[in-house]
Design a protein around this ligand. Structure first.
Ligand code: ADE
Length: 222
């Protein structure tokens, strides 16, 4: 099996690349051999929707990955979430596509991207076995770092989202267009409010939590 992982930032990729001994094989794509002849490809996509979409399509075209995992950090919206906890995508949605209903009205149709059910179950097991609290829920994606109380409450209310980040729905969208199974794994590094900062001390431990769950999923699939 060929498995692709999209990591927007280096901090989100480091642990996975080192655990699997991945080596750069094309610009921005790192490859490792897995048991039984399977292959792992990790793409360092860069941040934002366009980078994520371009990287996902490139990964699918170059590697024929059958499963794509998007692993990284997020701002927490659901008040029950604490720093380091995991959100497993049941679905993902753009919070900055306006009006969102247009995506349902024009071909190829679809504004909510539902993750693969088997991958969700494996991710739940991964969180339970790693002792990390998790929620299976909605991930909102947009091209801005959310660090504002009003923006946060609008996204929470309008989309019923549990966390916010900048790539997941774009990865999911490209996977849907290519009929590739996918899941988004995000760990909370801030609360997307007035106190949130782009670089904070929680980023690395949160990224490593998401990587631990992603590692478990990869090992479960081969
Ligand atoms: N990734 C991590 N925290 C975020 C936030 N507050 N907004 C957007 N993306 C994020």
């Amino acid at each position: 099996m060929k498995i692709g992982v999209i990591c927007p930032m280096e901090v989100e990729m480091e642990k996975l690349a080192s655990v699997f001994g991945a080596k750069e094989y094309k610009k921005g794509i790192f490859k490792a051999s897995l048991t039984g002849g399977s292959e792992l490809y990790i793409a360092l996509s860069g941040i934002g929707k366009v980078n994520a979409a371009a990287s996902t399509q490139r990964l699918i075209d170059l590697t024929e990955s059958e499963v794509i995992i998007n692993s990284g950090v997020a701002g927490g919206l659901n008040p029950n979430l604490s720093i380091g906890e995991i959100v497993v995508s049941a679905d993902s949605v753009y919070h900055d596509f306006n009006p969102l209903s247009l995506l349902d009205e024009y071909s190829p149709f679809g504004k909510i991207f539902k993750a693969d059910k088997e991958l969700i179950s494996i991710a739940e097991k991964a969180c339970e076995e790693n002792g990390i609290k998790y929620t299976v829920g909605t991930i909102a994606t947009g091209d801005r770092f959310v660090a504002d109380d009003d923006d946060k409450s609008r996204i929470t209310t309008d989309f019923g989202a549990d966390c916010v980040e900048m790539e997941g729905a774009a990865v999911a969208h490209v996977c849907v267009l290519n009929s590739v199974r996918f899941i988004i794994i995000r760990s909370i590094s801030d609360f997307a409010d007035d106190t949130a900062e782009t670089h904070n001390e929680h980023e690395k431990p949160a990224a490593d939590n998401a990587a631990a769950i992603t590692e478990f999923i990869i090992k479960s699939l081969v």
